[in-house]
Design a protein around this ligand. Structure first.
Ligand code: 5GP
Ligand code: MN
Length: 362
């Protein structure tokens, strides 16, 4: 099947012109058709899923379930603790834990909807089976610079989160607000986690109007905040203290700070997945710091996270030097070398990148 919209990237800008609204309905018509005609719908989020990846995935799952369609779900790898309470997570198959089952789900799928990423390598081990699958493939995402690896790319970098975009699509498909508690909770988690509780990201008046609707639908804001943010272990709190005290380096000339954590550091504080979530944002609260990086030592490679204030393009930095990507102010990548060498390489990259930025400004 060849879709009419192949290769079209849907860039929905901040102001909603009539033409753009019409464009949204082109996509929702296509999605509605796919949802009603395709058997074995499969929803897949990105590797190391965050609140928005799982939130947007579960929101579509609950919407389809209400229409009598039970979609399968895959995450390339494990979920962090702060997401495990959400309604429906127990239905998400973890690819690296159940490879055969997940491969079968991909093979049998008639429609694969990929959420919150725009590069195929964000599928982790699921990338190869998904590429080989004959299913119609849809991407719903809000990251910059989408690569084309689907039949229908619904990409809107003006949205604060994939969850906001999913809400817009589903409201249109449903012919009005879709009211379901689990759906509303999932979208709310996606929005608060991708904006750092409305601190960063492209949230707008329409984001707040959507949040108003979610709150009015009866979700328990305080309960959700406690489950997402106030659920850390003592070890995690102490690791944060250690990281800020012993492992944070400031480079004033580049208005940059970085934090690094070795495998030994992680072991000492009984590190579990997600414990370093949010660490990279911390140094941005230092006066004058505009760019931050976090280096985490893994088996055979270093995982990097980047954050910035203002217009420092962390996504371009991540793409150029660390085969990564993301948003202007929040991105990530990785580097296959020792921690020492990665930090050395980072410092050289920083120097070169700043020189390039100054040239393009000058
Ligand atoms: P985090 O630093 O929280 O892991 O990720 C921040 C943002 O960067 C997220 O939007 C995430 O999707 C993106 N990101 C993180 N790591 C990678 C990576 O290795 N490749 C790409 N393309 N994006 C990444
Ligand atoms: Mn997102």
């Amino acid at each position: 099947m060849k879709l009419v919209f192949r290769n079209i990237v849907y860039l929905y800008q901040l102001e909603k012109t009539a033409a753009k609204v019409a464009e949204l309905s082109k996509y929702t018509k296509e999605l509605t058709k796919l949802f009603s005609t395709k058997e074995n719908i499969l929803l897949i989020c990105h590797i190391n899923p965050d609140g928005d990846a799982i939130g947007s995935q579960l929101a579509i799952y609950h919407y389809l379930k209400s229409k009598g369609k039970l979609a399968g779900m895959i995450s390339p790898n494990n979920l962090q603790e702060f997401l495990k309470w959400m309604d429906g997570v127990e239905e998400i198959n973890i690819f690296i834990r159940h490879r055969e089952k997940c491969k079968r789900l991909v093979e049998e799928a008639g429609l694969i909807v990929m959420l919150d990423f725009n590069q195929a390598d964000r599928l982790g081990e699921a990338e190869i089976p998904v590429a080989a699958s004959k299913a119609v493939k849809v991407v719903i995402d809000h990251h910059l610079d989408p690569r084309n690896f689907a039949d229908l790319m619904i990409s809107d970098p003006s949205k604060c989160s994939t969850s906001e975009l999913v809400n817009e699509l589903i409201t249109e498909m449903n012919g009005g607000r879709f009211l379901n508690r689990s759906f509303a909770e999932a979208l709310y988690v996606g929005i608060i986690t991708d904006t750092g509780n409305f601190e960063h990201g492209l949230y707008t008046g329409s984001t707040f109007r959507m949040v108003a609707d979610l709150l009015e639908s009866g979700i328990e804001k305080e309960k959700i905040h406690n489950l997402v943010y106030n659920n850390f272990s003592i070890d995690r709190m102490r690791l944060l203290g250690f990281a800020l005290n012993q492992r944070m380096v400031i480079i004033p000339e580049y208005q940059t700070a970085y934090i690094y954590l070795t495998k030994e550091d992680l072991a000492e504080y009984n590190y579990t997945k997600g414990d370093s979530e949010g660490f990279v944002n911390m140094p941005l609260s230092i006066k004058g710091i505009l760019f931050t990086a976090l280096f985490i030592e893994k088996d055979g490679f270093i995982k990097l996270s980047f954050r910035s204030k203002g217009d420092f393009p962390t996504n371009r930095f991540a793409l150029k030097y660390f085969s990564g990507g993301g948003h202007l102010n929040a991105s990530g990548g990785d580097y296959h070398d020792t921690l020492d060498n990665t930090i050395k390489y980072f410092l050289e990259a920083l120097k070169e990148f700043y020189a390039g930025l100054n040239q393009s400004i000058g």
